[in-house]
Design a protein around this ligand. Sequence first.
Ligand code: ARG
Length: 575
Amino acid sequence: MKDPEATLGELVRDALTSELGSEYAQADPLIRPSDFADYQSNAAMGLSKRVGRPPRDIAGPVADRLSEAAAVASAEVSGPGFINITLSDDWIAGQASTQLEDPRFGVPLPRTQRIVVDYSAPNVAREMHVGHLRTTVVGDAVVRVLEYLGHDVVRANHIGDWGTQFGMLLEHLLDVGEDSANEQLAAGEINAFYQAANAKFKADPSFAERSRLRVVALQAGDRETLRLWTTLISDTEKYYNSIYARLGVTLTDADLAPESFYNPMLAGVCDELEAKGVAVISDGALCAFPPGFAGRDGAPLPLILRKSDGGYGYATTDMAAIRYRTRDLRANRIIYVVGAEQAQHFEMVFAVARQAGWLTGEVSAEHATIGLVTGADRKRFRSRSGSSVKLADLISEAVERAEEVIKDRYDDPEQRRQIAEEVGIGALKYADLSVARDSGYVLDFDRMLALTGNTGPYLQYAAARIRSIFARAELDPAQVSSGPILLGTAAERALALQLLGFGRAVTDVALTAEPHKLSVYLFETASAFTTFYEQCPVLNAPGETRQSRLALAALTLRVLVTGLGLLGISVPPRM
Ligand code: ARG
């Protein structure tokens, strides 16, 4: 089945071709939502110059042709040459019935691509911060959507597990003893561990010296040092995994593609870039100077690949990663879900990869930028005590507050705790996913937990309410799979039309890596359902109308549950 915008797009294009000739078969039909009809086409305005006729002269005959289509109830020219289009009720009802029978609820399957999604990517021995929460939650939603569309997705958790700071961390691990370090790290006392190491490093020259030697041993592949480093990493990974599990994030150990994974490739990458003339020695360091990047003084900006002391850095690893992903993983598309502050880094990495011929017309790379999460003071989010927040505590706080919000509804404490878990985590994730990912937002527990407005709990509640309608009717909504859907009132029509947009909303998220587009759609769907439910009795409606309204409710439930599922948000059995 085709969604309304795609259907109208085709009809407008056909009409343009018939009116103006086959050279207009690819013209953009410019279908937009309209305040005066269901949709409008602005195509005539766009084509007027090219055709050499005033827009209204094009719009008139196109509108006449559109009016004849079965899907269209009316098409009228308005203003300077807009075409206002109203869909026919029969067409909407028919499509909604088809959607009800469709196991994919109207979401099409595009041509499959291999897509690498680089997300989450916390740093070993550093606490995951709210910023990582966001890259994790957004990345995971993107991944779920892409997989739902049938793409072959490779999750890449590019964790920071390498660098000079590991010298001091390993020495500190030896000082406190492996067992107690293991315990501390797996419990998420990561900041404390790091800060203790750092304090000693600053205060104690002999510790600093040991740390430096330890880095050398690590880089040289000393066995005992590597063993210690591995425990350090697996301890922190235990902590990440506990967070992922609690958040319902799909990342597993199999998705770890840490910085150290690329170590064996770094020298080869540098050689290849140098041989290709993409990188040159400058002041003893190997640098690429991608065109178009200049520093404040106007001098070309280097991407440093190998420092003058022979060391490699973050950029080198990213060059190795992009070569690996394009050449070895054969990705068609790479999505980096990373903080906006790294925008220039990625622009430069992509530019150099294009120069090297790794990124081509067939392979794209994009930085899905993530904006800052702030506290009420609009500064980087901090805990109540002012220190940077432990992600695990943040999650717990969301759940505790959710329990306060729902506490009067449940007597059974076990059930209450379970639902609070789903509501609290759903609220936290939805707050993140309902804002355009590249803009910042204020983390506000009261707002995210509100039962009205564009919040996770509101959407969960909308779904739970539909379930309770079916429970009262002693029906299983999953068994409702045939209409006919009748559109007797404006509210039913609006809801049905809204439901037909699901496929487009999901497809848009995949194209743009912007999950908030699905959130907006789901919120609008829940709102359309609320209006419908206020105006249209369901269980007390007579015969066919009751059947049709139950069908609309069942379809709404599927769309909400599937859509929230694609955002990584579960719906409690009841609320
Ligand atoms: N670990 C990095 C950080 O915390 C993010 C890594 C993002 N991915 C990448 N390929 N550079 O900022």
